[in-house]
Write a protein that binds this ligand. Structure first.
Ligand code: ATP
Length: 419
């Protein structure tokens, strides 16, 4: 199995350039970054990050976002196709460094994501030394009353609302660019929705609004079109949402012990890259991590009841490859970008509040692998009729077959080579 996966997952280095020439790929581009009229110093940052050509979303969104007058946008593109870079390039292009106050406000649903986005922004802006960044997340105190001078604020909705509306640490009317990353969840989740809308209502009429997400519910889309005036809308068809480069499989187990042993077998193959294992509850996640640790495996656990600093420390260790496996719940399903993740395991399939398969979360979870055209594997563990139905619902929703895999049977594993 190790051999097969190594062949499939690691020898895919030619892929990005090939995919960028394939018109059907989300990485396809006809233009270069130079042709997108990006500021010279930002362009240097882009190249320093190793980006040679824009992806489809970058080349489609940037001309409209950089146009004069600024265009509002509601954009959709698959997981891992470079949305973050698109909105950061557009936002940083609008910063007037002669003005020492916030002009760009980027909201993320979690603090891990806000930190990650801020890091991308700092890298992209590394040659624009006068652009300053400020993180508005839990744990980041500001001295009461200290006005924020940095031009770019990246944070979570609650903290941003506190700093702007409650403590008046910056003037929201002076914000020129307002970005909602993971817009679907920002609008669909009640708490975030209320905070984003309260901030949004205080923006000036001229402020450019950008919504980016890999998925949009119809209600969210309807609502977004009401709050974002005259937007340029970039949408995907349902069948384009799930990525070809992520191969999806399922394994059937009869008991918790079998699930555990299937996972142990899978664990055996992931020394070649890294894996994220998703569980339904914090309890299962910690049970699983204890059990694997007892067997001598180095695993990391990330769950919602950890403190801010613990969560960030766990993610940093995982990013640095200190642990190969991260066991988590939905807290890590969205946006987290760790390039070396080759396998995602759904120890439990995601379920929504109505007791149906949560297809959107499924897509975001498996999108933690297969970043920017890399090949990834998603393995779903099924343990009875209920989860079989969920799997079917997911297949039907995306119109994509999920193949059976026998974690014990080498011939079956050969299937990985054929798709
Ligand atoms: N033009 C490019 N060339 C090469 N790599 C790129 C390019 N744009 C982005 N990337 C890389 O691709 C990966 C995925 O990008 P990013 O995180 O922006 O995707 P995303 O669409 O925001 O994903 P998600 O929907 O999961 O949040 C990152 O590691 C990023 O550095």
């Amino acid at each position: 199995m190790k051999k097969i996966l190594r062949k499939r997952l690691v020898q895919s280095s030619h892929d990005v350039e090939v995919q960028q020439k394939d018109p059907n790929s989300p990485l396809y581009s006809v233009r270069s970054f130079e042709q997108l009229n990006i500021n010279h110093n930002l362009l240097k940052g882009v190249y320093a990050m190793g980006f040679n050509f824009p992806s489809k979303i970058q080349e489609t969104a940037l001309p409209a976002l950089l146009a004069d007058p600024p265009q509002n946008m509601i954009a959709q593109s698959q997981n891992g196709t470079g949305k973050t870079a698109a909105f950061i390039l557009a936002s940083l292009s609008r910063v007037d460094t002669s003005k020492p106050f916030p002009q760009v406000l980027i909201l993320s649903p979690t603090y891990e994501l806000a930190i990650q986005t801020a890091n991308v922004a700092k890298q992209m802006g590394q040659y624009c030394q006068d652009i300053k960044f400020c993180l508005a997340i839990k744990g980041e105190g500001t001295h009461r009353g200290r006005k924020i001078k940095e031009q770019v604020i990246i944070g979570t909705p609650g903290k941003v609302m506190d700093w702007s509306l409650r403590y008046k640490l910056f003037d929201i009317q002076k914000i020129n660019v307002y970005v909602l990353d993971e817009a679907n969840v920002m609008i669909a989740i009640q708490g975030h929705h209320d905070q984003c809308i309260r901030v949004h209502k205080k923006l000036s009429k001229e402020c450019q609004v950008m919504l980016f997400s890999a998925t949009y519910d119809q209600e969210v889309m309807d609502f977004a079109e009401i709050i974002v005036p005259n937007p340029v809308v970039i949408r995907l068809r349902k069948e384009e949402e799930s990525l070809e480069n992520i191969k999806q499989f399922y394994v059937v187990c009869k008991s918790m012990d079998e699930k555990f042993s299937a996972l142990s077998n899978i664990y055996g193959v992931i020394s070649i890259g890294q894996a994220i294992v998703f569980c339904h509850t914090k309890k299962t996640a910690s049970w699983l991590s204890e059990k694997l640790t007892k067997e001598g495996h180095a695993v990391a656990l990330l769950s919602g009841n950890m403190s801010v600093s613990q969560r960030i420390a766990v993610l940093n260790r995982f990013r640095d490859g200190k642990e190969k496996v991260l066991i988590t719940t939905n807290v890590c399903a969205r946006g987290i970008d760790v390039e070396q993740v080759t396998v995602v395991v759904n120890f439990d399939l995601p379920v929504d509040q109505k007791g149906k398969a949560d297809c959107e979360t499924y897509l975001h979870r498996i999108g933690r692998t297969g970043r920017f055209g890399k090949i990834g594997l998603a393995i779903n563990i099924i343990d009875g009729p209920r989860t079989t139905i969920f799997l079917k619902q997911i297949e039907d929703h995306f119109g994509r077959k999920i193949l059976k895999l026998d974690a014990e049977d080498v011939d079956e594993l050969e299937k990985l080579n054929k798709d």
